[in-house]
Design a binder for this molecule. Structure first.
Ligand code: PLP
Length: 453
């Protein structure tokens, strides 16, 4: 009899009845029983505000360089940040889809439109490459913190970085961010792509001079191959999507930027105006880093929910069983096959799960058909084109009100009366880099599914 952490799958299912639904790939909504107040939770976390601040300052130092080598960032002075907008038509559509009133305001965080690589990975991925470049240049007395970093755009620095390599394993978008940024600086960069990775992503990277290694296997194996390659070369830096605190901190910087945007929009978040954020989750680093940053700023007034495909609910599985990276969806009989390629991860990051186990409010899952339906509706109603993964956060506000576990969450935290003032942010994690003809097939697929029902 096969066992996971000493128990049979049947025993696990009896202990956590929600597992049965997960295994039959039904959509589920889970309230985290280990959720604690910020003050309690933060005691067990080794990262802090200072670490996030440092990351923010590092990105500021690089802004002159970024503005110079990526002219599309000039209007933002070399700061890679996305707009936050209201989506009233989608709000109405969701109320209809779920036959459920959604109190408060729904906003969309458009990381789909982040400069350079068009996904949330433009936060963590690019940040880690920049930090590595800075570390090397400073160690070798080529750069000072006080310098104008636009000097990095020179043959001298490119030659210097060309002695070093960067390696990463990815389902696609992390590879895009790391690949584009590393190649621009002059690094030798190799991206190990899992079988889910889309052809256009591989083509685009190769055009930019990135070495792409294709694997028949899923994300976990692509990462292992990358790790092995990097270990054989002392001048090689492996970007570890599963364990990197650097990536995590790069994502966390999103929070202070969002706070500024909300201030500008005159949107208050406080005890009487709770903020709910819905984050599509793959291995966990992106949503985890953003959630951590938000918690540092808004503390108990922000409630972070993660969203996963019904076929890849790895973070939910890890958090619920408390086994984190010691369990995979495949082991309990889920196939990890989803068109939400950014979320096609079978085993979650243990680092993220353990760091945030008391700060994540809950996790829900969404089926691929629903993601496609939302994709075409978002295009029709708001004229925003997202990739399938990025739609997972959209249904969060509806589910919070509709699902029993969501209602319990509001009850447990005395939120019911405050919901009229609530703000809901769905994090749209990617899409603007998707080629037109690929987006067209996504859109049509969504329309077909809408007609079927
Ligand atoms: C990578 C990715 C995510 C999730 O980030 P993780 O760090 O893997 O959890 C969400 N959406 C898109 C589009 C992504 O590319």
């Amino acid at each position: 009899m096969e066992r996971i952490a000493g128990k049979t799958i049947e025993e696990w299912k009896n202990e956590y009845p929600l597992l049965k639904k997960m295994v039959s790939t039904e959509e589920v909504f889970w309230e985290n029983p280990k959720y604690r107040t910020f003050e309690e939770a933060i005691n067990n976390i080794s990262l802090n505000e200072k670490d996030v601040k440092e990351a923010e300052e590092r990105l500021n130092r690089f802004s002159t360089y970024i503005a110079r080598v990526f002219p599309e960032t000039q209007k933002m002075d070399g700061i890679i940040e996305s707009p936050t907008i209201e989506i009233p038509s989608m709000h109405a559509y969701l109320e209809k889809m779920y036959n459920q009133k959604i109190e408060g305001k729904i906003l969309l965080k458009c990381d789909s439109h982040l400069a350079i690589s068009g996904s949330i990975k433009a936060r963590g991925g690019i940040y880690e490459v920049l930090k590595h470049a800075e570390d090397l240049a400073i160690e070798n007395q080529m750069l000072l913190f006080e310098d104008d970093y636009s000097i990095l755009d020179s043959e001298r620095f490119k030659n210097f970085f060309s002695q070093y390599s960067i390696v990463v394993g990815s389902t696609g978008n992390l590879g895009l961010s790391i690949g584009i940024m590393s190649a621009k600086l002059g690094f030798n960069v190799t991206v190990h792509m899992s079988s889910d990775a889309k052809q256009w992503k591989k083509d685009l990277l190769r055009r930019k001079g990135v070495k792409v290694v294709e694997h028949e296997s899923d994300y976990g194996i692509a990462v292992e191959e990358g790790r092995n390659q990097a270990e054989q070369d002392p001048n090689s830096h492996f970007i570890d999507d599963e364990n990197s605190t650097t990536l995590f901190l790069g994502y966390a910087v999103a929070a202070s930027r969002l706070k500024k945007q909300l201030d500008q929009m005159k949107i208050t978040v406080d005890e009487n105006h709770p903020l709910f954020v819905y984050l599509p989750c793959g291995v966990g680093g992106g949503p985890g880093g953003v959630a951590f940053g938000l918690k540092l700023i808004f503390k108990n007034n922000v409630h972070c929910f993660f969203a996963e495909p019904t076929h890849s609910p790895c973070m939910l599985l890890g958090l619920m069983t408390e086994l984190h990276d010691k369990i995979s969806v495949q082991e309990i009989g889920i196939d990890n096959r989803t068109d939400a390629d950014g979320l096609a991860v079978g085993r979650p990051s243990g680092f993220v799960g353990k760091t945030l186990e008391n700060l994540i409010s809950g996790v829900y899952t969404v089926g691929d058909d629903r993601l496609y339906k939302l994709l075409s509706s978002m295009a029709d109603l708001e004229e925003i084109f997202l990739e399938p993964s990025a739609l997972a956060g959209i249904v969060g506000p509806a589910l919070l009100f509709k699902e029993k576990a969501g209602q319990n969450y509001m009850m447990d935290h005395h939120l019911k009366q405050k919901m009229v003032n609530s703000i809901h942010i769905s994090w749209a994690t990617g899409g603007s880099m998707v080629p037109k003809e690929v987006m067209e097939t996504y859109y049509k697929r969504g329309l077909q599914i809408q007609l079927r029902k």
